[in-house]
Design a protein around this ligand. Structure first.
Ligand SMILES: *Cc1c(COP(=O)(O)O)cnc(C)c1O
Length: 486
């Protein structure tokens, strides 16, 4: 399987060649030359598999240059009940992404698929845990090392650190805004004592951290010398790892392949739901893919109107579902590429227009860029938006009716799912975090604390290991250099 760039100006590469990288050299995103198809017979054969077994079957269609025995072992080691141990009462940890039926009545069937039972209690573990093992494996084969450098406002940084801790050949340098994350998120990251994890608390806000990452990444000589890499959401292996749980959710919710299901996905960078799109393109019988956004509704606007208009940082709201506070969805380009018939030239023109004019319009009005918006329905996409008051009401309602506490992002999902649910088509809402991570809002909704999984009871009291630094790029470089020894 070869991978091509959405912008069409980069050479085709293998899975292993794009594994450790980010953007393609032409500024595009990698996609397979064509999507592998899964037949009905194959899908049936997958019904009896464990999660790890299923992950192997899906991965081997994409990672064709990794020996199958190695891939099977990587999947086996990643998807264990021990790693995904934060399953709640009534869930079986061995299922890895257990389903919970909330409602099965005349109005339709509403189901939660738990993706947040991993070490950091958010769905990013589903892909990042595999990435940690894949990176370690690939680096050992090349006798190489990698220094991951990134910035986080919460979930991504901790998922990366928990995936890479103790891994041979890998160090993580993670910037976060000093005293701006929740106490729980801070404790999760800073309590790690592994010598290959470096937490740097920057005197500033998240944008200052991100600017430092950009400045260091733009110094190509430094980047090459110190083997600097990233693990952001455009990484192709992350997307592929996420494809697996769409198959898993489908197989667990159905008895035969005649049945269709829909998925609702709380969305920010479009990484999660992009994996759903790929699963559907592979032939998984998905009816609708429902994009749920919060107040930051760039994606909802596109899927309602065909107009893609990115927001400036100043127009990006800080909400109570913070992991969806995104005004420019980095994986969206992958879907647009398919939507416009994989025309790389036109894709490049559209995204150049995003840079120069702040967006594009595919709604087919006079003077617009095209009319492909009418095809969105063929791809199953619909959308909706949820705001703070909706989250609070939904958390209360789900707790009252079904006795389940959901987190704020999942609440956005449930709110929007209810607007699209149809009788006869189970609606699976992807649960993207556990409520303990966003306790302040749970208190506001329910007047009490969210329950904490075992082992997290006193996390804030654990000793913390971190460095405080000014937003000073030269100092940052010196710090990295002194720890890589390169
Ligand atoms: C990252 C994240 C999201 C958004 O996922 P995308 O892949 O960026 O669309 C939603 N919920 C939670 C809890 C997250 O951590």
């Amino acid at each position: 399987m070869q991978y091509v760039s959405t912008r069409g100006q980069a050479p085709a590469q293998s899975f292993s060649e794009i594994l450790l990288g980010g953007l393609a050299p032409d500024g595009g995103l990698y996609l397979p030359v064509e999507y592998p198809r899964v037949s009905g017979a194959e899908l049936d054969a997958w019904r009896g598999l464990s999660y790890a077994g299923l992950a192997f079957e899906v991965l081997k269609k994409f990672a064709t240059d990794i020996p199958e025995a190695d891939l099977r072992e990587l999947a086996r080691k990643t998807y264990t009940a021990e790693v995904y141990r934060n399953a709640r009462a009534g869930e079986d940890a061995a299922q890895i992404t257990p389903l919970r039926v909330l409602e099965d009545g005349d109005g339709g069937k509403l189901v939660l698929q738990a993706l947040s039972n991993g070490p950091t209690l958010a769905f990013k573990d589903m892909a990042m845990q595999l990435l940690g093992n894949l990176f370690e494996y690939a680096l050992a084969r090349q006798n190489a090392q990698l220094n991951i450098f990134g910035a986080t406002s919460g979930d991504t940084g901790s998922a990366a650190e928990y995936a890479m801790r103790g891994k041979k050949g890998i160090r993580v340098f993670m910037l976060s805004p000093y005293r701006k994350m929740s106490a729980f998120q801070t404790a999760q990251m800073f309590s790690l004592q592994d010598p290959n994890i470096f937490n740097i608390a920057v005197q500033g806000v998240f944008d200052d951290c991100q600017d430092m990452v950009k400045a260091v990444s733009n110094d190509l000589a430094f980047k090459a010398r110190h083997k600097i890499g990233t693990v952001n959401s455009i990484n192709w292996a992350r997307v592929v790892a996420q494809v697996v749980y769409y198959f898993r959710g489908y197989l667990a919710a159905t008895a035969s392949n005649d049945q269709k299901v829909s998925f609702t996905v709380p969305s920010g960078n479009f990484g999660n739901i992009c994996a759903g799109h790929i699963a559907r393109m592979m032939g998984l019988p998905i009816d609708q893919l429902v994009v749920a956004t919060n107040e930051n509704d760039v994606l909802d606007e596109f899927f309602r109107t065909g107009v893609y208009r990115v927001r400036k940082s100043a127009e990006t709201y800080h909400t109570t579902s913070p992991s969806m506070d995104i005004s420019k969805a980095s994986n969206f380009e992958r879907f647009v590429y398919d939507l416009i018939g994989r025309d790389a030239k036109r894709l490049s023109a559209l995204f150049r227009k995003v840079e120069t004019e702040g967006g594009f319009d595919l709604s087919g009005e006079p003077g617009s860029d095209g009319d492909e918006f009418r095809k969105v329905a063929e791809y199953g996409f619909v959308s909706g938006k949820s705001v703070h008051a909706d989250r609070i009401a939904t958390i209360r309602d789900v707790h009252q009716r079904y006795g389940v506490t959901i987190d704020t992002h999942t609440a956005d999902g449930v709110k929007v799912a209810r607007e699209h649910i149809k009788p006869g088509v189970p609606m699976l809402v992807l649960e993207t975090a556990l409520p303990a991570k966003f306790n302040e809002t749970i208190r506001e909704a329910l007047g009490r604390d969210a329950e904490r999984p075992a082992g997290f009871e006193n996390i804030e009291a654990l000793p913390q290991r971190f460095e405080v630094m000014n937003a000073d790029v030269e100092k940052m470089k010196a710090y990295i250099a002194s720890h890589t020894g390169l």
